[in-house]
Design a protein around this ligand. Structure first.
Ligand code: PAF
Length: 283
């Protein structure tokens, strides 16, 4: 496995692979890999001849006062995990390579970014779309694999790929959870043991909402009110948003139907955790 830091070197590697007629699967990450990332790499391994993992803590997607400086990093451990997962290349550029002096171009997706994380983290998706489109141009993958814990991010990247006619297939993978239900996230390391227990309120909220729906409740306001009470029982929990949205438009719904997704963002102590799930049992 190679670790490539230079954009030019990465492009040369890509050219050689493509000339040989081989396909490239790509998993973009900010590193500090966990089982969720490994499930994306497994999928990538199956879908392409070569597998590229990018590790880049992208400064443009963090707002002022967010955790860019503190974001957990660990290239050495990530390399070992990547090697075991069958990664061919880790692309780990420096920020000054990606955003050299004079850098002035950004990618903005409108509409579906004006809600949920887009509201609480202004500029976040502009940073995500900018870096993902740059990474697509450098790595030129045939497919790119994203987790669906970041449900809105996946929807935004699909929109951008379609709108800009980018020649890459976007694949969304299910949320990977700890045995007790907590969605895996690099930010879970910030939780104290007590907050780790409190954080289970996110997955419990999803469960509670699904139970309400299966016992006949369809009013989004009623469900959201219940979840608010449940979450506020946790001393360190602070709700950022609880919304029930249409899976494609991400518009708020008044009544639950087969397209309804519940999306949650809750601070538990320092970290802001997100989770989501469809509300109607699949028939
Ligand atoms: O989901 C992430 O880890 C990041 O937002 C991504 C897609 C790698 C862009 O920096």
């Amino acid at each position: 496995m190679n670790i490539i830091k230079s954009i030019d070197e990465m492009k040369q590697w890509v050219a050689t692979v493509r000339i040989a007629g081989e396909t490239i699967s790509f998993v973009p990450t900010m590193g500090f890999l966990h089982q969720g990332h490994l499930s994306l790499l497994d999928e990538g391994r199956k879908r392409g001849d070569k597998l590229v993992l990018s590790i880049f803590v992208n400064p443009t997607q963090f707002g002022q006062g967010e955790d860019f400086e503190d974001y957990p990093r660990g290239l050495e451990q990530d390399s070992q995990l990547a090697q075991q997962a069958g990664v061919d290349v880790i692309f780990a550029p420096e920020a000054k390579q990606m955003y050299p002096s004079g850098y002035a171009t950004y990618v903005d997706v409108e509409g579906i970014t004006n809600t949920l994380c887009g509201t609480s983290r202004p500029g976040h998706f502009r940073g995500v779309c900018t870096v993902v489109s740059k990474l697509f141009n450098i790595v030129q993958p045939h497919n790119a694999i994203f987790g669906s814990k970041d449900f809105q991010q996946l929807a935004v990247i699909k929109r951008m790929t379609l709108d800009l006619n980018l020649p890459v297939e976007i694949i969304g993978m299910p949320i990977f959870r700890e045995a007790d239900g907590l969605a895996m996230s690099s930010r879970n390391v910030y939780l104290s043991p007590d907050q780790r227990k409190q954080a289970l309120v996110l997955s419990r909220s999803l469960q509670r909402a699904k139970e309400m729906v299966s016992s006949g409740e369809t009013g989004c306001d009623v469900i959201i009110r219940q979840l608010k009470m449940l979450i506020e029982q946790q001393p360190d929990a602070r709700i950022d948003y609880i919304q029930i949205c249409h899976q494609l438009t991400l518009e708020d719904q008044t009544h639950v139907d087969a397209d309804s997704v519940l999306l949650l963002a809750v601070y538990v102590g320092k970290p802001r955790l997100i989770d989501n799930g469809f509300l109607q049992a699949e028939s």
